[in-house]
Design a protein around this ligand. Sequence first.
Ligand code: GLA
Length: 430
Amino acid sequence: MRLLILLILFIFLNKSNSLIIKQKQELKVGKLNNGFKLSNGLALTPPMGFNYWNFDECKTKLINETMMMNTAYAMSTNGMSKVGYEYVNLDDCWMAKTRDENGNLRPDPIRFPNGIKYLADYIHSLGLKFGIYGDIGSKTCKGYPGSEDYLEQDAKMFAEWGVDFVKMDGCNMQVSDMKKAYTDLGKYLQETGRPMVYSCSWPTYAYVENITMPFDYIEGICNLWREFQDIRDNFTEWTQILDEMEDSIPKRSQFAGPSHFNDPDMLEIGNGFENDIEYKSMFSLWSIIAAPLIAGNDIVTMSKETLEILINEEVIQVNQDPLGIQGNRVYKDQQLEVYQRQLINNSFAIVLFNRGDVDADITITSDMLNLTNHQNYIIRDLWTHTDNGTFSDTFTTSVQSHGIVMIKLSPKINSIHLPLKYRKNFVNKY
Ligand code: GLA
């Protein structure tokens, strides 16, 4: 009898696992386009790192070699690199106002007196990776040289410098020209032979101009694609981006997967205009929607509280789940929302989010989560780092105003004490 039950469980688990694998394979079909398919094997999970734009823009003299090196050093010693942050990225304003006599991009000589390769080498010496910013149009958004007529030359230069991540903005180019330009640059980057994560801003500009975006095309040529307006350190503004991600048609989550992710813009955590409750919400929601985790704050001077949010490993594990499935909002009742993400080993991450001005109870149910198998799940609170009972049909918890409760549901079956020879059939299926 015991063997029969085990057999039924085994068949059931195998079936649900192969269903997920099948879904992933289906997602991969149809990504070929124009003969070019990005196959750099990078960003299998959303990239994690740093970019100065959100705390500095180009306003101060802060953007320079020293700041970048100090940031990289801090990242390598403060616990961030240990939990997965690896890219240390430039943004706009790193360049000189003109190219050199050979048409090559060059850095601002005052901000980067030793050149870009020197900076990249230092970042690599810490075991980290280096990212650069460019623009596919005639000029960057702040008026520095664009790559429009120099795509191949710039791709080669990036590779020579030791770049590992390219954020290609889309100011100063017609949206109608972007398909070709982003495709060409992707090809040139790939032809250099140097693996570089390729982040494209094309959908941001298509969105602003209300132009339909071919997402099944862009997911074949870019590792990441920015969409919607620029983020601000303001609860109303970043939740608006979240709404745009959730409500836009076609549903953006269907285009995400290993090596190709939606990018709702960089983090604002620690930039000072929100409280830590709101910052925890942002971190949890960005994690559940499989967004890149690019810290946009001053890493060298940040508070202990900010660092603690950025290095919450249990939340990061959700963001970095190897299936790469983007979570979705599955419930909304005015200011109360629930997000769900399928994880490896038949587990789920759930965020209960209260956007309202007063604390409130939020209830999740198995119907809401489409968990119709009446399985029992262990509830793990990813911010208190404690187990919180078992979920079978409902779970209710109080959620602070502008706050979240983030939990992971893991099938109880995985922790059943099966004889060893059967146990391996139930875990590590992927
Ligand atoms: C655009 C991008 C930002 C930043 C600036 C730089 O606005 O969306 O993330 O890179 O350009 O000028």
